[in-house]
Ligand binder design. Structure first.
Ligand code: CMP
Length: 140
């Protein structure tokens, strides 16, 4: 087991419904510690760069519209195997396929408005954390 950090976003569908606390309760109950967190309104440029890997996908424009439609909460989560653990806590991308008790099964509205994002690898976690946080903002 390894102590890891991963990057998380509470998306606009969740902040709009005032679910930040509910998401954080599920993250903490799942064994993760929130070591950095801030509420921001992503710019178009930030959303397009953050999701650049998806720029050829048919949902890219709609995804960037959605991610800039309201505030998000960007977070750094710490814990044993935090990257895989967070993906278990979130559940499948499409809430219709997510396991019972996961954030997406419990709270998400659709495959796009799926309430949370979590890094998919250690390499991407490091890139995504550095995209939104300075090292001095991470307080373990
Ligand atoms: P996320 O884990 O943040 O990564 C990419 C996002 O694109 C995904 O969550 C969804 O919000 C959004 N998305 C919209 N449509 C799709 C799709 N068909 N497949 C995957 N992701 C999608």
């Amino acid at each position: 087991m390894a102590l890891e950090r991963t990057f998380s976003i509470i998306k606009p569908d969740a902040t709009r419904r005032n679910l930040t606390g509910k998401v954080n309760t599920l993250l903490e109950a799942g064994g993760l510690r929130i070591v950095a967190q801030k509420r921001i309104h992503m710019s178009r440029a930030q959303a397009e760069a953050f999701y650049g890997v998806h720029k050829e996908r048919p949902f890219f424009k709609s995804l960037c519209d959605f991610m800039t439609s309201g505030p998000v909460v960007v977070q750094v989560l710490e814990g044993e195997n935090a990257i895989a653990r967070n993906r278990e806590i979130m559940g499948a991308t499409n809430p219709a396929n997510a396991a019972e008790g996961t954030i997406r099964k419990t709270l998400a509205e659709s495959i796009e408005a799926n309430s949370v994002h979590g890094s998919d690898s250690a390499e991407n976690a490091a890139i995504e954390i550095a995209y939104f946080f300075a090292g001095t903002e991470l307080v373990g």
